[in-house]
Each structure stands twice: as structure tokens, then as C-alpha cells.
Design a protein around this ligand. Sequence first.
Ligand code: HMG
Ligand code: MG
Length: 295
Amino acid sequence: MTELTITEVGMRDGLQMESVFVPTNQKIQIGLGLIDAGLQRIEATSFVSPKAVPQLADATEVISELRGRGATLAALVPNPRGAERALEAGVDELVMFISASETHNRHNVNRSVAESLENIAPMAQAVADSKRSLRAAVSTAFGCPWQGNVSAEEVARVIEGFAAQGVGAVTLGDTTGMATPPIVRHLCAKLAEWFPEVELTLHFHNTRGIGLVNVIAGLEAGITRYESALGGLGGCPFAKGASGNICTEDLVYLAAEMGLETGLDLRRLINLAERMQEILGHELSGQVMKAGPRL
Ligand code: HMG
Ligand code: MG
């Protein structure tokens, strides 16, 4: 049976977009619930400026409470300062994010792409010394809300910067849901040709309603690693028009119906998404949590 590797990003991509600060103990309960539902990879928080993303200002506490409980904990880091904090907190996988498009990178981290690329070497060195791992996340890989189309060459420029420092795990982020099946097929084929050693993960947002269709296109391109968020939470606060990630329960339901193994317990995920809905006090966009699985 083909296995699908799912990284749950709701605690990071999801909570960064919410208008309220979810208390640390409630975040931890959600994290423990995810582990209980079978998640082995959780992107739990970000070590960015707390002025930029106050919702995740408790990153150190969240990591220290969820460490050593059986899941690989990942966290976003924008710069060497973030890497230092994440390493100190005990993050297993640091995820450095750079946009393929100049305008989104500027809005997101207040730097040009070239300036961000210069940060990779010191961060790769710090992570190598610590024996943790570094992942690349390329935002706006399928389109930019300011610049429109993003070419495969612009995405490759960022991947090259990481590959030159020995980083071979790359997430392609569809920040505002601009991916379509032809773009997914084209980009995945080009990157497989140019970077045969790189392991790609796809991170779709469902902003235009075709997130899971893009997963099918990714599967057809041979990609079995995806990121998704509980209840369909998510969005980048620094990208206009951003909205939720593809929903974890909906993805797990699709995978099960297609005979793909995820190792995740759909009922537990649905219960957890309902709990998240109560915590946040508004309806989440997930579909399977409302309709339930097939009888
Ligand atoms: P800046 O203002 O240019 O940074 O922000 P700076 O270096 O001038 O520092 C300003 C202040 O922030 C200083 O403090 C620094 O110490 C502090 P002050 O002297 O004013 O008291 N600082 C930090 N504090 C804690 N942790 C740090 C850190 N760095 C600096 N790491 C910066 C630049 C990158 C810091 C800022 O723009 C930032 O934090 N941005 C956050 C961006 C973000 O979180 N975006 C959302 C995540 S990306 C995403 O969602 C896309 C993704 O899901 C994929 C997809 O969907 O495509 C990954
Ligand atoms: Mg995202």
C-alpha cells in the first residue's frame, strides 16, 4: 500500500492567522491530541518575531511541553535569531521559509530574496552542529498574490540556494491557493528533472477550492508527502487574500478512500477539529468534520 506522509501544520499555519491568542495549555492539549491521532510530524509553532506574529509568542513553551512524546516537532524559522531560539527550545526540524516571489518575501520577512538566501549558510551550519535537520519552505511557489505567475526558474533559484548548503528536504508552498493541476504537474516535473536528489513535500492552501484536486495532481507526479491543517485552518497574515490550508481530516478521508495509508485515526482527528472549533469560537472550513465519514 502506498504511504502518504502528512505533516500537520494547524498549530503553526493555522493559529498564526487567528485573531485570538490561544492559551498555551490549550495549544498543548491540541498537540497531544494530534499525537494521539497518530501524527508523527507536527509543525507546532514559529520562532519569528513575536511582534510580527503574537499568536505564536509562546513557541518555546509549546515545544518544551510537546518534546519527547513520539512526534517529530518542526517549527518555522526566518533568520539566524529564530534558528538559535528553535535549537535552544529543542525543535527537531527547523523550517526556513523564503518566497519565490520578491514581493511576498518583502511583505513576509522584510527582506529581498537575495538577502534571505544569504541567511541559509549560517543557519545550515548551526543546525548541522546541533544534529537537528533543516527543511526549506518555498512560499508562493505556485503563484504570488502581487506578482501573479511564478516561474519554475524562480522556484529553482531558492531551492538551489538551499541545495548548495546541503538542504534536500523542500516544501513547496501554495501560499494563496494559486496552484492548479497543470501548474503542479509542470513544476513537479521540472524540479524532479533539475533536482533529482531533492525530496519534495507539497503544502496547498484551499483558497480557490481546489486544494485536494492539486493533491491528486501531486500524487500523479509521484509525490507522497503533504502538509495540511486540522479543520482547514491556516493562512499567511502577510499575503493578501490568504486563507486556510487543505484540511487534514478531508485529506485523510480522501487517502483512505484511495487506498493510501496515512496511519491516522480519522475519528480522533474529527473530534480534535471540533475541539479546535470550540476553542476558536468560529466555524472551521473542514467538510468531513461536518458530514462525517461514509457509514
Ligand atoms: P525585521 O523587523 O526586518 O527584523 O523583521 P529585524 O532583524 O530588524 O528585527 C526586528 C526586531 O525583531 C528586533 O527586536 C529583533 O530582535 C526581533 P527589537 O530590537 O525591535 O526588540 N527579531 C526576532 N525576535 C524573535 N525571533 C526572531 C527574530 N528576528 C528578529 N526570529 C522578521 C524580520 C523576519 C523578524 C519579521 O518580518 C518576522 O518575524 N516575520 C514573520 C513572518 C511570518 O511568520 N510569516 C508567516 C509564516 S510564512 C507562511 O505562512 C507561508 C508557509 O505556510 C508556506 C506557504 O503557505 O506558502 C510557510
Ligand atoms: Mg502556508
